[in-house]
Design a protein around this ligand. Structure first.
Ligand code: N2P
Length: 359
């Protein structure tokens, strides 16, 4: 995806396409700043900051407000999967300061020396993080990551077109063939197929994975595409009526089309949390810390989660949400599973996913 400045993001991002008043205000602010006197830069901060984040995973005015308050110019790029993020980071040459991997990716990135430790003294607002996200196994002591948002994977569907899907089997049984999608993400697709057969979505068992690969190929024959967050526009338009999707992106689409429902299949699914990390070789560490402390503010954190539809890891922000995202009940949690780093089995998963994509 081409690099672009925050203003361009605001026009292109799905949240922005919703044409909200907040966006219009943010756009106007950016324009005024561009035409007016140069913004005074906050002391000690570098002039730039480079951020790499999931698409549709920030507030429409978050970046603009940070630029306004600090005088730092932000370059903001987006990706659609952890696979895309990790591929870019391990290939080197991606000069980002901050990015947002899912929890299971942190140990791999830390082991590869890709992450820079955070200076907690520069993050006074870290005290707002909810206890649930402190000291996670994937990042002892929160050395590298600021907990950002969490969510679950399920099935978004058009209530007027299909009955509520109870099982991942709807991707295999001919239901609305050609008008359904699964994510462009091997961990998500093979993980769903594993759960469908009653296995862990972290399986490293060769036979279970061979079945998941075969099921994913069967599903592929009925899908319009493997597509993640960008499917929202097709759901809103009614072109796609069944889509494997995350809860927050579904909420964004529901705001445009109330016919869209969301369900976690009975075989269970994925729950995840994402962390903002600073990269080794980060060229703008002061601006990076300033941004991290900015998004840890209750008002800013709430603005982000209200726009994305995801749960916030920020306890102070959670209290201010216009549309709170309740943490799953004990019963729901029993059906949900976090991903883990697959270690040496990662290569096998990558190969199977490549085969599914090529089938
Ligand atoms: C982005 C949301 C996703 C995060 N649109 C998945 N961990």
């Amino acid at each position: 995806m081409p690099e672009r400045r925050a203003g361009a993001l605001s026009r292109r991002d799905f949240v922005a396409q919703a044409g909200s008043a907040a966006l219009a205000a943010a756009g106007a602010g950016t324009l005024l700043a561009a035409c007016g006197a140069p913004r005074p830069r906050a002391p000690g901060l570098e002039a730039e900051l480079h951020i790499y984040n999931w698409s549709d995973y920030i507030g429409p005015d978050t970046i603009g407000q940070f630029e306004e308050e600090t005088g730092v110019t932000v370059t903001y790029d987006t990706y659609e999967s952890n696979e895309e993020l990790v591929g870019k980071l391990l290939a080197g040459g991606a000069a980002y300061d901050l990015c947002v991997p899912t929890s299971y990716v942190l140990p791999l990135l830390a082991a590869k020396g890709v992450l820079a430790p955070l200076d907690r003294a520069r993050l006074p607002n870290f005290r707002n993080v909810a206890p649930l996200f402190l000291d996670p196994a994937v990042d002892p002591g929160n050395r590298f990551g600021v907990p950002y948002q969490w969510g679950v994977t399920g099935i978004a569907y058009l209530r007027s077109q299909v009955t509520e899907p109870a099982s991942w089997g709807v991707f295999l049984d001919g239901t609305v063939s050609g008008r359904k999608t699964m994510m462009d993400d091997g961990r998500e697709v093979l993980g769903a197929m594993l759960r469908h057969r009653g296995h862990s979505l972290n399986s490293t068992d060769a036979a279970e994975l061979a079945q998941a690969r075969a099921d994913a190929v069967t599903a592929k024959g009925q899908l319009a595409a493997f597509v993640s967050a960008p499917v929202k526009g097709q759901l809103v338009a009614g072109d796609v009526c069944l889509a494997q999707l995350w809860n927050g992106d579904t909420r964004q689409a529901q705001a445009e089309n109330p016919d869209i429902g969301f369900v976690v299949p009975r075989e269970g699914s994925l729950i995840w949390a994402d962390y903002v990390v600073m990269l080794a070789g980060c060229r703008h560490p002061h601006a990076a810390h300033a941004f991290l402390d900015f998004i840890l503010r209750p008002d800013v954190g709430a603005g982000i989660s209200d726009a994305t539809g995801y749960g916030t890891a920020n306890a102070a922000a959670a209290e201010r949400l216009r549309n709170p995202v309740p943490y799953p009940t004990a019963e729901e949690l029993a059906r949900l599973e976090y991903q883990v780093d697959l270690g040496p089995a990662t290569a096998l998963w990558d190969r199977l996913w490549t085969e599914v994509k090529a089938a």
